[in-house]
Design a protein around this ligand. Sequence first.
Ligand SMILES: N[C@@H](CCC(=O)OP(=O)(O)O)C(=O)O
Length: 530
Amino acid sequence: MAVQPKKHHGQLTIVIKLGTSSIVDEKTHQPLLSILSLIVETAHKLRRDGHHVVIVSSGAIGVGLRRMDIEKRPKQLPRAQALAAIGQCRLMSLWDQLFEHVRQPIGQVLLTRNDIADRTQYQNAQNTFIELLNMGVIPIVNENDTLAVSEIKFGDNDTLSAITAGMVQADYLFLMTDVDCLYDKNPRTNPDAKPITVVEDIADLAADVSSAGSALGTGGMSTKIVAARLATSAGVTTVITKSSKPGNIGAIIRYAESQRLARVSSRSSVANSDREGGLSSSIASLKFHSDHATPSTSTPQETPAQTETPPSEAEEVPLHTRFLANAHPIRDRWFWILHGLTPHGTIYIDYGAWHALSDKAGLLPSGIVDVDGHFSQQEAVRLVVVKRLPSTNHTSTAASTPATPNPPHNHTHGHVPAPVPDRNSLYERHHPGLVHSHSSSQLLAHHHQQQPAYELHNPAPFEIGRAVVNYSDVEIRRIKGLHSTQIHEALGYADSEYVALRENIALLGVEKSRPNTPSFGRSANEAEAH
Ligand SMILES: N[C@@H](CCC(=O)OP(=O)(O)O)C(=O)O
């Protein structure tokens, strides 16, 4: 069991992520001492104010390059890993020397994906973080490059910082970078590009970004958006701001907190006047609207038009982009299933099964349309919703799902999850898994002009979450579409009536909602679950 962080009122947990380009000079690889010193001062001030601080620091390979007088980052993995081993201890020694000036103890935490794929190890890492924070230590985190090979890599330290922020249940994640914020267009080529200061729903941003073809599409920024998506889903407000001005972190937190408190008081005034005279009149009487979602109290639909409260004249708010935390964060076991585990395959389920899962049922074979990939029992898979096509080849008679269901409507969040991007998109590359792919059997079916099991385009399949399964891909191929009482007959044994138990299923953003489905028929999965 994870120990709880000891937090007093008003205490925040802040994760600050610095990329290689903020730590060492790009050409000479000399440490950027001024930035590092400013980070130390900022972290020290935050600590003095009673907050918890975690630093995610890249730079091991960069520091190793300088130590060995090597000009370019090597392409061969073992050489890069060796340089990381050389650089990591110097990097930590640098941090330790700088923090020693303000008598601030630090601790090194090196992680790989493999380390946290096991639930007990994940909790051990979480406990270590919490213990360090409770001791007043600043953990300094990096990927364990010496061990990590591509399949067990986080991919980049943006993702690592978001997973760390989720693990320590941080309030803020600062992604320090070489631009001061996101822009609606590429500011290098569009002089009229406007800063995006607040992103309330990152799903909306993704749509804008792809259509704008803006600076957001560049490699560095895209991984930050992926990290922001992950962190905000875990309830962490995520900030992009300039790494050369780390002193801005304090001012941004003060401003963001004032916005959050303003929203809390707006909401309580809404609640009070609602009791007296109705919601609409109280919304109309609000003096200002703030930007920050408060955890758990109300749904986005209740929030009035979102604009920034103008800062007081005395306060200069440094330019930044703030991604608001999800009001219904995915935490603990569900966060671990979604982001700690690497998916080994995909299970395609029908809309009825999605309804049943949203209603807190487990996944039964009857709701499964197709399977892709090779995985064993107790491994993680993606859950992708598809529109089942009427077919005799692919489903048993038990899978009598209606062929034209309405997509479930998530009324807590006010939107249906966006269709997931292409397998080859940057999102997929930097966030392996949170996408759908058409199953190889489906593609094969199309190739051989057999009747496909599900609709490929209208509506497009989309991922709704992840699950740890009780059956392998081979077993699921044999039981898909069957009633759970038929599992024994199909396999010769029945380890469980569920392909995945509810406690092993994590949904993306629809965890707490019940789909609004007045005209929707039940699938066999759903009917069986009730
Ligand atoms: N873990 C590696 C760096 C990983 C990486 O490329 O991170 P970043 O510079 O944040 O994109 C290191 O310490 O050199």
